[in-house]
Design a protein around this ligand. Structure first.
Ligand code: ADP
Ligand code: GLC
Length: 492
């Protein structure tokens, strides 16, 4: 029988992307579809969803319906989005009361309802379509209640008799924590008594915890992060529930979408290159520097950053380091990002204090992110924690040397370079503190002065293979295991 999955996610690139979740949801669904899975991604039809490349049409049995969640009632339709460049059809939940507003995420009081409604509408759409998915695959806190919904309010429906659930953790830092008083609005009815008693005693509901308790299988996006989240240091209060599961939490490293991120063909770039001929990279460096108003002497490394600007990304660790190096003129800096005001102000001040040496583009630009990956010499990711991280893998592919902290997926995908043996792909530092960032940048500057070592480092990175094929094999195995044994290993 053809494997089937109802796949529920808050982001799906290129139509809606805030961070890596968008890239990863889309790439994984695309490759599984290509391998013959009947995979049906459900996501909100946000006002800000970019409809370019989508042919949107109604689905007769899913038009003009109502979902009731406790006292809340929402009218919605689900529309089909045919992807013109291929891939699975998308199921777009059109519910103006919940998604008809600016931005993808927000702070409104109904934020959780937006995603709980998505989750329930996805399951009810399966019912109306008579689609019996073997797997319901949910991602992060937004859709983490699906396993509990299936075990309680939809347990009566034989359609889901063979359905098993997979929850992928992309980031444990966001858990969907609500005051207990809001419980009525979760649409669980009497089944609310299944909610975690410990959280209840604290006056809370934690949506991600419910997912971790009730999903048949749980995985995360790198083997390193899978180990780290089972420890108090990075478990963010959920390590005990993770350790207490009957199975182990598997770690499957994300892949890189080679169509979107290939320096030889990247449609966003004016110049192209490959490992055998890096002259196009030199042209991209000049083009990037011109575009951003940087003077970029050939002997001075141009460092790129593209990031959500928040605590996770360790931006504050650079605050005492970057001004010194820019003041000495030993690096140039090109930053693209947005997020917390204090970090935006920090980069604004660098651009102001070091004109020609530092540039900050506040906001989101897919195109500029490709230019920075292609044109920079090195790429800085000083994350405090990083479930996987994608930019270090894009950097490796683009001959841009990653400078990363030894954590999560960064540690799994970048190996510290050893100039003596010529092995390794980047610069990896241990501690989340400014001296370690300083050491890493000094090391990079040092190696950059040696063209032979630098070339070796670039080429080592460009030879890495982070294609989705391997990760997709691992997800297929996880789906199989979950279908056969409900996530338990044979012995467990
Ligand atoms: P996270 O999901 O935690 O933000 P990842 O490294 O997994 O981190 O993925 C981030 C993705 O979002 C990458 O594709 C990166 O290029 C992109 N990105 C982040 N900020 C911006 C921005 N300001 N403009 C364009 N792309 C961005
Ligand atoms: C999260 C993580 C990031 C990961 C991405 C996709 O946003 O912060 O490390 O790469 O999800 O899985």
């Amino acid at each position: 029988m053809r494997p089937s999955a109802c796949y529920i996610t808050a982001e799906f690139a290129p139509y809606v992307k805030v961070g890596g979740l968008g890239d990863v949801s889309a790439a994984l669904a695309g490759i599984l579809h290509g391998r013959g899975h009947d995979i049906r991604p459900f996501l909100p039809l946000y006002d800000d969803l970019d409809r370019k490349g989508l042919a949107i049409e109604p689905i007769a049995p899913l038009a003009d319906l109502e979902i009731a969640m406790g006292p809340h009632r929402y009218r919605y339709s689900v529309l089909r989005g045919r992807q013109q460049h291929g891939g699975p059809d998308l199921y777009l939940v059109d519910c103006p009361a919940l998604y008809g507003r600016k931005g993808i995420y927000g702070n409104a009081a109904d934020e959780h309802l937006r995603f709980l409604a998505l989750t329930r509408i996805a399951l009810e759409s399966c019912q109306r379509l008579g689609f019996a998915p073997r797997i319901v695959h949910c991602h992060d806190w937004h859709t983490a209640l699906a396993p509990l919904y299936l075990r309680t309010i939809y347990a009566w429906d034989r359609l889901f008799e063979h359905t098993r659930t997979v929850l992928t953790i992309h980031n444990l830092g966001y858990q969907g924590v609500l005051p207990w008083d809001w419980v009525e609005g979760l649409g669980l009815g009497d089944a609310a008594r299944e909610l975690d008693a410990g959280e209840r005693a604290e006056g809370r509901v934690n949506l991600l915890r419910e997912g971790l308790k009730h999903a048949d299988s749980v995985n995360t996006v790198s083997p390193g992060y899978a180990r780290e989240i089972c420890t108090p240091a990075l478990g963010m209060g959920l390590d005990a529930v993770l350790r207490g599961r009957h199975d182990s939490v598997s770690g499957i490293l994300n892949g890189v979408d080679h169509e979107a991120w290939d320096p030889a063909t990247d449609p966003m770039l004016p110049a192209h290159f490959e490992a055998g001929d890096l002259s196009g990279k030199a042209r991209m460096r000049t083009a990037l520097a011109d575009r951003l108003g940087l003077d970029a002497p050939a002997g001075t490394p141009l460092v790129g950053m593209v990031s959500r600007l928040n605590w996770q990304k360790g931006i504050d660790l650079t605050e005492s380091v970057l001004p010194t190096l820019l003041g000495r003129g030993t690096i140039r800096l090109a930053v693209l990002g947005n997020g917390e005001a204090r970090y935006e102000q920090f980069f604004d001040s660098l651009a102001r204090d070091f004109p020609g040496r530092a540039s900050f583009t506040r906001g989101y630009s897919e195109e500029l992110s490709h230019w920075i990956e292609a044109g920079a010499d090195a790429f800085l990711m000083p994350s405090r924690y990083e479930p996987c991280g994608l930019n270090q893998m894009y950097s490796l592919r683009y001959g841009t040397v990653p400078i990363v902290r030894r954590t999560g997926g960064l540690a799994d995908s970048v190996e510290h370079f050893d100039p003596a043996s010529g092995t390794g792909t980047g610069i990896v530092f241990n501690d989340p503190d400014p001296p370690a960032v300083r050491w890493a940048l000094d090391t990079m500057i040092d190696w950059f002065r040696s063209p032979a070592a630098w070339r070796r480092l670039q080429l080592n990175g460009m030879q890495q293979d982070f294609s989705w094929e391997r990760s997709a094999d691992a997800y297929e195995a996880l789906y199989r295991r979950t279908r056969r044994h409900g996530g338990k290993s044979k012995s467990g």
